[in-house]
Write a protein of this length. Structure first.
Lengths: 252, 312
């Protein structure tokens, strides 16, 4: 059953998303009851498509930077030379996660100004933790005898890392990236408070004018994006895990 | 030829290997036996410098191993570990090709070598080359592990409890495979185990270690007949000593002139098999047949008894 439901639900979510973004006027009858005093039903201060693309672009850039940083840190602290930096790195990353993104925005604006920059800083910091922790877990979970065999065969440390350890840790690292991307997808909406273009604009406009219809449009588009990306990355992860034979190991 | 000269290894305060000297002749199997913590694995891993000795010298064919970069040294030495350590994300063929790839062999040469090794371990290339390790049985994984270690035609093979994770039937088969491959390729093997029976069965020479020290280094018959006092004696007493001793020699070594009634024994049978037959058939002697089937003499219970005992 779930084999059929999965793809159908996925297609339905994708269809709904495309319709909301490309043909918002189709939803006038549904959203009309959520507006008062003849306020506009459909967001009219910019194209939903371009806002969605901005939003995705912002999340993509933040996730790329975050992934690169967290990966390098995670690899470094699992090497012999970097082991003593593990507690320090871990506290730094944890602070990034604990510090509310809104507060990061507030502190970043005076330094770097309004717009995309403070938003990127907040998103990168907020998304580090899951990737960093999963990189460490993934690398530590690589079976010891496999690493030992790699050394014993004469692979040098770089070859061990890139040919054996990282490929085997990849499914776990991907799970961290997936989590981080989804967190960023939601968090990016607050970027609009400091004038970064994105779907947050729609939601904030709705909040400011008490227009529930705007809030719903913005919220649903962000939610659908998050669900679809989560789902897509999970499929990718399973493929990678299967290829490395680890799924079969887990399943016995 | 491998020579260890006064090799020691310290981990912090602890002396894991304490002044070990031994030499391994080319083309033989040497088994290092000991309990866990005896220093046997550390000794083995110092040969390919996975662990660096704290002091002492290790030479392979006269060349000091410390003079060669570790990676280069290891690429020239086969290495097999417990649970085989196959790379789970690589196919069987790519696993076997690990060292040839590192050495930059041409694709054609590597491919040919992989096929050769698979057939050496009676695995059909078309059935196995593209499989992943998790699709193989434990015995097949073990064979691929050995094939991978032999890929770049090393003269020396190091094995760290290679059969430890196998069930008894597959283990016996893996041991026979190893003996056959070693005889065929004439390679030198150093193998670590905690199992005295395995050591007696496989080793041309056995090194017994305890507490980091090499207690005795001798051929199996010598270890069984004249174990060093203390630990070795206790270790050897545990196995059926006379039967072990008998299993090390063939009937040909004690055949005596004369005849006897009953079904003939092959001269290549072990003395243990001979004793078993004599006891079962309730006879004092049985005839012995040569390779062509003609009778060449007899084997008697008395001769077996003389062979099976310790020093008087």
């Amino acid at each position: 059953m779930s084999r059929i439901i999965g793809p159908i639900a996925r297609l339905a979510a994708l269809g709904l998303l495309l319709a909301l973004v490309l043909k918002p006027e189709w939803f006038v009858p549904v959203l009309k009851p959520f507006t008062e005093n003849n306020a506009p039903v459909i967001y009219n201060q910019g194209s939903l498509l371009s806002l969605t693309l901005y939003h995705l672009g912002l999340v993509a850039i933040a996730s790329l930077i975050g992934t690169a940083l967290a990966l390098v840190m995670g690899v470094f602290v699992t090497r012999k030379a970097g082991a003593e930096f593990l507690p320090l790195s871990r506290s730094l990353v944890n602070i990034g996660q604990t510090f509310p993104p809104v507060a990061v925005l507030a502190l970043a604006v005076p330094v770097v100004g309004f717009g995309v920059k403070p938003t990127l800083i907040a998103l990168v910091l907020y998304g580090l933790l899951p990737i960093f922790e999963n990189t460490i877990t993934g690398l530590k979970e690589v079976p010891e005898n496999v690493v030992e065999a790699a050394r014993g065969m004469g692979l040098d440390p770089t070859q061990q890392l890139f040919r054996v350890e990282l490929p085997l840790a990849l499914p776990v690292i991907l799970a961290g990236i997936r989590l981080s991307v989804v967190i960023n997808m939601g968090t990016a909406t607050i970027g609009s408070t400091v004038a970064a273009k994105g779907l947050g604009e729609v939601i904030i406009a709705g909040l400011l004018t008490s227009n529930t219809s705007f809030i719903l449009q913005g919220g649903i588009i962000v939610a659908l994006l998050a669900v679809l990306i989560y789902d897509g990355l999970a499929i990718l992860e399973r493929r990678v895990a299967k290829r490395t034979g680890r799924l079969a190991e887990v399943a016995g | 030829m491998i020579e260890l000269e006064h090799v020691s290894r310290r981990f912090g305060e602890q002396l894991a290997v304490d002044d070990v000297s031994l030499s391994v002749a080319r083309g033989t199997i040497t088994v290092i036996v000991g309990t866990s913590g005896s220093g046997k694995s550390t000794t083995l891993r110092m040969i390919n410098r996975l662990i660096e000795p704290s002091s002492g010298t290790i030479r392979i064919d006269g060349k000091d191993t410390a003079a060669v970069p570790g990676e280069e040294l290891r690429r020239g030495i086969g290495y097999v570990i417990q649970g085989n350590g196959l790379f789970p994300h690589w196919t069987v063929a790519r696993n076997i090709a690990t060292v040839p790839t590192l050495l930059g062999w041409e694709a054609g040469r590597t491919e040919k070598r992989v096929d050769e090794l698979l057939s050496l371990f009676s695995m059909r290339s078309e059935d196995f080359a593209k499989k992943f390790p998790h699709q193989l049985s434990g015995g097949e994984q073990q064979r691929v592990g050995v094939a991978r270690a032999l890929a770049a035609e090393p003269g020396l093979l190091l094995m760290d409890e290679p059969f430890g994770a196998l069930d008894p039937i597959i283990r016996a088969k893996a041991q026979e495979d190893l003996l056959a491959v070693q005889r065929r390729l004439g390679i030198t093997v150093v193998l670590v185990t905690h199992d005295m029976e395995e050591a007696i069965h496989l080793g041309h020479k056995i090194a017994v270690m305890d507490g980091g020290k090499l207690l005795q280094y001798a051929p199996p018959a010598e270890i069984l007949a004249n174990p060093a006092h203390g630990f070795v004696e206790r270790l050897v007493n545990g196995v059926d000593r006379p039967f072990r001793l008998l299993s090390l020699s063939t009937v040909a070594t004690i055949v005596e002139p004369g005849t006897a009634d009953g079904p003939p024994l092959a001269e290549t049978a072990t003395l243990r098999d001979a004793l078993s037959e004599l006891l079962w058939l309730k006879r004092d002697a049985l005839p012995v047949a040569g390779p062509d089937g003609s009778l060449i003499g007899r084997v008697s219970l008395a001769a077996l008894r003389a062979h099976a005992g310790g020093p008087a």
